[in-house]
Write a protein that binds this ligand. Structure first.
Ligand SMILES: Cc1cc2nc3c(=O)[nH]c(=O)nc-3n(C[C@H](O)[C@H](O)[C@H](O)COP(=O)(O)OP(=O)(O)OC[C@H]3O[C@@H](n4cnc5c(N)ncnc54)[C@H](O)[C@@H]3O)c2cc1C
Length: 436
């Protein structure tokens, strides 16, 4: 049933054609279609002065290019890339005059308010926002927004039994593009130094490979390792820009359980996906507090900003070998294990007494799997300003080393011992551009 002459899909962190509700709706409802990629503005560079890492950029550009190839196979293409700013988007809308615009819901980041601005300005356009990053639909949640559970455990107990929709299949065809001749081309940089390759097909291949082996059956015992490709799932890499959806992962997990058997480890993969789910909804409910110094708890930590200390942490040059090894891994691979992230974050807040937001911003600029909700939510948790009933986490670095790297294999691999033994405690200053 075609309803609209011209539709437009705004792609962002949903770079896939499978299980993409915007595309399935556009396929049903539109006569012609324009696909556009909205490129996020680098607020973190503006606000925290940290450059975006090359590996992150590269992964995104590979993913976008792969999406274009998939769209080509459905008779479509990315028409253009637009910076996510109200002005640019308005000028695009004024030029092509779509009747309907689709986008996947995404958490509101920093001063990102283009969606509110355009939905208010063009009453003649049908704006359709689809929820495609979560496991559950909003209508399924057994609580109202103002009753959102204050902790993960309460959240988990109230949702873990809910039905999870099967992922939707890719459309068999899409409405033709407005500009048939126009083909968007992007140069994709070399991938030689990257462990991970962006794109939906790569994500699906990784998902199949992971569940083809037996790793899921021992996930609970291995997930805390600091290193090792199959010790944890690495799904976050392709989840973060939507090359894979959480529902696709859940679907594959259930198939694995049917074929190979369910156990505590397979449940634990679901348990961790629920952590992600918790932070997704948390970000929806607390759109602005997630990046605030005092967090959602409105408690300001007793930390400062000291540029030298921060630089040492970023460049893996603190007096703590385990932390240095984790940071070297992040700098070299664009990835760090969950345990590594907890250790490095706890060190920044507790040993270095630094403002947690700078650590979160550094992760955001360098993690290939950066996800707004999971990153800022986890950082708040560790800094004691978020959804943690225990009020912050201080990891004992010697104990963590003894448990997770008793023979210093990880530290040696990442040269964590080559470090500065002194922390410059002088020169504690507040950073001029951060807003509390
Ligand atoms: C300080 C800090 C910052 C973080 N920043 C991010 C981020 O930017 N992006 C991101 O995806 N995750 C982030 N995490 C969560 C977690 O570290 C990663 O999701 C995980 O390490 C990714 O590796 P994996 O896919 O192998 O995880 P697995 O252990 O295999 O977990 C399976 C999936 O569950 C989800 N998951 C697991 N742990 C968490 C968690 N604590 N919070 C939310 N989701 C979770 C992820 O989607 C993950 O892919 C952060 C954690 C900390 C402590």
């Amino acid at each position: 049933m075609e309803l609209f002459e011209l539709g437009c899909v705004f792609f962002s962190d949903d770079l896939r054609v499978n299980d993409n509700l915007c595309l399935t709706s556009a396929a049903r409802q539109c006569k012609t279609l324009v696909c556009v990629y909205l490129e996020a503005r680098d607020y973190l560079k503006q606000r925290y002065g940290i450059d975006e890492g090359e590996l992150r950029k590269q992964f995104r550009s590979q993913s976008l290019s792969a999406l274009n190839t998939e769209l080509n196979s459905l008779g479509q293409h990315i028409d253009r890339v637009i910076v996510k700013s109200t002005l640019e988007i308005r000028s695009f809308i004024d030029e092509i005059k779509p009747n309907v615009i689709y986008r996947s819901w995404e958490p509101k980041q920093f001063s990102d308010d283009y969606w509110e601005a355009i939905t208010g300005r063009y009453p003649e356009i049908d704006f359709q926002e689809k929820l495609s990053s979560t496991l559950f639909d909003e209508s399924q949640l057994p609580f109202e927004e103002h009753q959102f559970p204050t902790t993960f455990s309460k959240f988990r107990r109230s949702v873990e039994h809910l039905f999870i929709q099967h992922p939707t299949v890719r459309p068999t065809s899409l409405p033709p593009p407005l500009n048939r001749a126009k083909t968007w081309q992007k140069e994709v940089k070399s991938t030689s130094n990257s462990l991970f390759m962006g794109g939906e097909l790569e994500g699906l291949r990784h998902l199949d490979n992971y569940f083809m082996g037996q790793h899921a059956s021992s996930y609970k015992q291995t997930r805390n390792a600091l290193d090792g490709w199959k010790n944890s799932t690495k799904f976050s890499i392709w989840l973060s820009n939507g090359c894979l959806s959480a529902r696709q992962i859940f679907d594959s997990l259930r198939k694995y359980e049917r074929n190979t058997g369910a156990n505590e480890s397979t449940y634990w993969i679901y348990f961790e996906l629920l952590w992600r789910e918790f932070f997704q909804w948390y970000a929806k409910i607390h759109p602005m507090a997630l990046t605030k110094f005092s967090g959602t708890s409105n408690r300001s930590p007793m930390t400062f900003f000291n540029p030298q200390r921060f630089k040492k942490w970023c460049s893996a040059n603190t007096p703590f070998p385990i932390v240095n090894a984790c940071m070297s891994q992040l700098n070299a691979e664009g990835y760090m294990s969950n345990r590594g992230r907890q250790i490095a974050a706890s060190c920044l807040v507790n040993e270095l007494s630094l403002d947690w937001r700078y650590g979160a911003a550094y992760f955001a600029q360098n993690l290939i799997d950066y996800d707004f909700a999971s990153n800022w939510g986890n950082w708040q948790y560790i800094a004691g300003v978020g959804a943690d009933p225990r009020g912050g986490r201080h990891f004992n670095l010697s104990k963590q080393t003894a448990i997770y790297d008793p023979h210093h294999k990880f530290i040696k691999r990442w040269q964590g011992e080559k470090c500065d033994q002194e922390l410059d405690a002088t020169d504690i200053v507040d950073w001029p551009i951060a807003h509390r």
